[in-house]
Ligand binder design. Structure first.
Ligand code: B12
Ligand code: SF4
Length: 444
């Protein structure tokens, strides 16, 4: 039997923020593969820390050390996960370093590479194989798979990284919204795809497919057996958009409450239109009454219909206001609300890109202040053009030599109350990337 080493590579960030979470990708792959599988986390292995690469911070093992560690494991196949496209630059360095010392089969996978059109990938990666699946579904076809037709109901094999998770990840919490409501909390994914078509989203246009309720319940039992108290959703769109889709999603939510979990967090997975469906509202009330803690991220994106329409978001400002009317009163009953807004949108129009104008940026920043005053933890991010979206092609073509790190990054700001931030943001809108636009802002 062949052996395969699954590797999480260091990640790049314009700020000194730890961004790691238990690798669900590896847990699924380990289950699909017939090979002997080992896991190596290049971000946290051997107390890896920050190294300063100029304006970028690279979190994880330095490349020479990572290369040595990989070679020592002597795997037949090295499977590298590229979670976000900014890590492409690191992947190139790693592939070059490995090729100088040995000649293993290198497989790349994950949304960071799978969503990028071939023509935009650096030539150094031509010697690797790439898995073009994103999400739970069938991952690759290289003779290492247990079956050609992978079942969505397959349960992830968390054993592959469990000890590391216990030691390290749990302390870190979710990188966007901080520590979990209860510890330990672990993420699940009960569906794949969305059905939406938002212009800035790399997983757009993928049909919503669900795991069976039976397999979700089995996974919940497995997690409970490990002592997990909280669940965090990693679905794209658990509730779908329509009433009948929401009814299906609520069955999953009821199963979690019935199983006795103490907290449920949606840092991902709910859309505004999905949440407006009555069954979801009723579920929130039911769950809170039973003492379950709930944290919901409101993905409002923009205060202006102009931007919501330009980016093909399925909701409008009036939908957000309606949802607020329903959910804000529940804050006093224990509901935790967070909100995600973006400014400096990049709008693709044919082969050119246009940037959001000051008027709508101001509108969103003003709204952020209002939302914050309502007790909602509100983040305003600076938008970036993500590979795999209509914005990316023209963006890449306009800046053909920009490094990968520069093409994709936005930061949670929390700076919307600061006039200076707004001025800077506007000044930086004409620069190549959102990181250059925002990296100068040091959170206190
Ligand atoms: C969880 C998550 C996070 C987490 C952890 C990310 C991580 N690095 O692991 C956090 C909160 C930290 C995060 C942050 C960000 N994220 Co994020 N995130 C997600 C999310 C919601 C789910 C990923 C997941 O766990 N899926 C479940 C697993 C089972 O699926 P999977 O990862 O795709 O893995 C499967 C296949 O891809 C394949 N596969 C994966 N790896 C490998 C490796 C090999 C060798 C093989 C053969 C196959 C293979 O097999 C797996 C099983 O089938 C996705 C959205 C999505 N739907 O995927 C966005 C997503 C990955 N994030 C995205 C972005 C942009 C970001 C940020 C850059 C946001 C920002 N602007 O700052 C930051 C980056 C931080 C960083 N440096 O990592 C984009 C990436 C787009 C791109 N092309 O780069 C996505 C796709 C969202 C989107 N719709 O646009 N994110
Ligand atoms: S609703 Fe969310 S997951 Fe669906 S396409 Fe839009 S941004 Fe992507």
């Amino acid at each position: 039997m062949k052996s395969m080493l699954l590797v999480d590579i260091p990640t790049v960030c314009p700020l000194k923020v730890v961004r790691v979470q238990p690798p669900l990708w590896a847990a699924y792959l380990a289950k699909y593969l017939t090979a002997d599988v080992e896991y190596l986390d290049g971000r946290i292995e051997q107390g890896a820390g920050w190294t300063d690469g100029g304006k970028w911070w690279t979190y994880g093992l330095p490349i020479p050390q990572l290369t040595e560690t990989i070679i020592e494991r002597q795997a037949d196949v090295i499977g590298v996960h590229i979670g976000v496209s900014t890590e492409i630059g690191i992947a190139v360095q790693l592939v070059n370093a490995l090729r100088q010392k040995t000649n293993p089969t290198i497989l790349l996978g994950g949304p960071g590479v799978a969503t990028i059109p071939r023509e935009f990938l650096p030539p150094e990666l031509a010697t690797t194989q790439i898995c073009y699946t994103v999400g739970i579904g069938k991952p690759l076809n290289i003779g290492l798979l247990s079956s050609d037709d992978c079942d969505l109901d397959i349960l992830p094999d968390r054993d592959i990284w469990w000890p590391k998770y216990e030691e390290t990840y749990q302390e870190i919490g979710h990188p966007h919204s901080g520590p979990p409501l209860v510890r330990p909390t672990l993420q699940i994914k009960t569906s794949d795809g969305c059905g939406g078509n938002c212009k800035f989203c790399a997983t757009r246009s993928q049909k919503l497919v669900r795991r069976s309720l039976g397999s979700v319940k089995e996974e919940l039992r497995n997690l409970q057996a490990r002592g997990i108290h909280g669940i965090q959703f990693e679905d794209d769109n658990l509730l779908g958009f329509s009433l009948s889709q929401a009814v299906e999603g609520v069955k999953v939510l009821d199963a979690i409450v019935e199983a006795g979990f103490e907290a449920i967090e949606f840092s991902n997975g709910l859309t505004v239109r999905g949440m407006l469906n009555q069954p979801f509202q009723e579920w929130v009330r039911r769950a809170l009454e039973r003492g379950v803690q709930i944290k919901v991220l409101l993905p409002f994106e923009s205060a202006s219909d102009e931007m919501l329409i330009a980016t093909q978001k399925p909701h409008r400002r009036a939908d957000c206001d309606r949802l607020l009317e329903q959910l804000v009163p529940l804050i006093s009953a224990g509901l935790h609300l967070e909100c995600f807004l973006q400014v400096a949108f990049v709008i693709a129009e044919g082969s050119s890109v246009r940037l959001e104008e000051e008027a709508t940026i101001n509108q969103t920043i003003e709204w952020a202040k209002v939302l914050s005053g309502m007790g909602i933890k509100t983040n305003v991010w600076s938008n970036s053009s993500i590979p795999g979206t209509p914005q990316f092609g023209p963006w890449r073509t306009r800046f053909p030599n920009a490094p990968w790190e520069s093409l994709l990054f936005s930061l949670p700001s929390l700076f919307y109350e600061d006039e200076k931030w707004r001025e800077e943001l506007i000044a930086r809108m004409m620069v190549v990337n959102t990181s250059d636009r925002t990296a100068a802002f040091k959170p206190s």
